[in-house]
Design a binder for this molecule. Structure first.
Ligand code: AMP
Ligand code: GLY
Length: 446
């Protein structure tokens, strides 16, 4: 029987832990640090690991003391700081890219140079540290234009400027105002790409590529894809924009070149690789960004559809024996994020969450509420059957992701909305239009 450690605290990690716990060969799933949802999952247990020394020694000691068979790393920060390298050095199996490979997400400049060297299609760009030079470039290029903080900024360090004035403002915020701290001390200015976005996520074992089901997320805070960029307000799988022809192009022009180039550089890519794509009118993909991990919230609908064992896939990945395809439920899945007051500018903690479906009554194969920024308060509450339960409160920006599997994307949206509407907390915000691109396609077909 296996013991698994999942690193992270978001909806992605709840979904990964839930999938791992379903496996009969798994005894314990530990989540560090996890959230209220992972704490409530059968076989799952949250753990707090001291991992602030940069050496990841808290993780390594925990793995050694608890006979951990595999570590699955959710978020980018520990990957960028070398958690996989540290585990490997200690003889622990950890699924993710090394720090070298994680630079594809950790540094936009690294990613851009890598793409240029390997002829991977992406927007034209230039990097700046000086505000005046950045503004002169903006004048030359005109608007719309895209301004990005160079380092990690949790998906929020990107401004799509519609006008020159907005572009100037973004430069002032990032380079002069220091809005994103060190992540913004250098900016990348990019050509604005037109088309439809899709998330293309794969598992890679250094050589072999196993594409996950395709997906699309909604990065803007408000309905109609307006408002500021967020970490993602909802997602669905599959993404109809990724036809077989587009899929083939992405594999040939984007994913395979990454695998080949990393291998040639002596740093084989292992772990999840996420290409955020813009698909233009002729079905040609351009890379908007690489992430060195699974997407959040894409993981939630994708894993609702996964019929293969996640644990088997990771074990095969760690052994360099990934299959070329996994088994998926043919039905689509769609997840709606409920965010806390103020998100994405700020977030609210400690607001009591009401209306969460009980785990045992929750038909978890059709609708599943994945937790992200949730925690237990000190209080206990009584449910309708007079059972005592710990009270669940908000603990971050993205709080929950209500995910449904159904016969069509619009049915999945309705099913997710029905459960979302029953959940409430002070300042809860969510979008009612997740999946609108795909639903428009469904409607135009019928
Ligand atoms: P990123 O964090 O780089 O994925 O950017 C966040 C979001 O900003 C993307 O999902 C796109 O919606 C948008 N975006 C980023 N770069 C571009 C670009 N070059 N052209 C158009 N939209 C972009
Ligand atoms: N959903 C976008 C991301 O995971 O970066």
């Amino acid at each position: 029987m296996m013991n698994i450690l999942v690193i992270g605290s978001g909806g992605r990690e709840h979904a990964l832990a839930w999938q791992c716990a379903k496996d009969d060969t798994v005894k314990n799933v530990y989540i560090a640090p996890g959230n209220a949802g992972t704490a409530l999952e059968p076989k799952c247990q949250n753990v707090i690991l001291n991992d602030t020394d940069g050496e990841h020694s808290g993780v390594i000691e925990f793995c050694q003391a608890n006979a951990i068979d595999m570590v699955i790393v959710g978020p980018e920060a520990p990957l960028v700081s070398g958690i996989v390298d540290a585990c490997r050095d200690a003889g622990i199996k950890a699924w993710g890219p090394t720090a070298y490979c994680a630079q594809l997400e950790g540094s936009k400049t690294f990613a851009k140079e890598f793409m240029a060297q390997n002829n991977i299609p992406t927007a034209a760009y230039q990097g700046f540290t000086d505000a005046a030079a950045a503004k002169a470039y903006i004048d030359e290029q005109g608007a719309p234009i895209v301004i990005k903080a160079d380092g990690l900024a949790a998906g929020k360090g990107v401004i799509v400027a519609e006008t020159i004035e907005q572009a100037y403002e973004a430069i002032d915020d990032m380079l002069a105002g220091n809005k994103f701290g060190d992540a913004g001390s250098r900016v990348v200015i990019e050509q604005f790409l037109q088309g439809e976005e899709a998330s293309f996520i794969c598992m890679i074992d250094g050589d072999n590529i196993l594409p996950m089901a395709t997906s699309q997320d909604h990065k803007r805070a408000y309905e109609g894809d307006t408002g500021p960029n967020t970490g993602g307000m909802g997602a669905y799988s599959p993404a109809p924009v990724v036809t077989q022809a587009v899929h083939d192009k992405v594999m040939a022009k984007v994913i395979q070149p990454v695998v080949d180039a990393m291998k040639a550089a002596g740093h084989p890519y292992t772990g999840f690789l996420y290409a955020g794509l813009m698909i233009d009118k002729s079905g040609d993909p351009y890379v908007i960004e690489f992430n060195c991990r699974f997407g959040d919230p894409e993981t939630q609908p994708i894993l609702m559809r996964l019929q293969s064992s996640m644990v088997d896939l990771v074990a095969q990945g760690l052994a360099g024996q990934l299959p070329s395809a996994a088994k998926w439920d043919a039905r689509p899945a769609l997840g709606i994020v409920i965010a806390s007051k103020g998100y994405p500018e700020s977030s609210s903690k400690g607001d009591v969450i009401a209306g969460l479906p009980k785990l045992d009554t929750d038909n978890a194969n059709l609708v599943k509420v994945f937790h992200a920024g949730t925690a237990f308060s000190d209080a206990e509450v009584q449910d309708q059957n007079a059972n005592h339960q710990k009270e669940v409160v908000t603990n971050g920006g993205r709080v929950l992701c209500v995910t449904a599997l159904a016969d069509s994307i619009s049915d999945a949206q309705q099913a997710a909305l029905a459960v979302t509407g029953a959940i409430s907390f002070d300042g809860a915000q969510y979008r009612r239009d997740i999946g609108h691109h795909a639903i428009a396609r469904e409607n135009s077909r019928s």
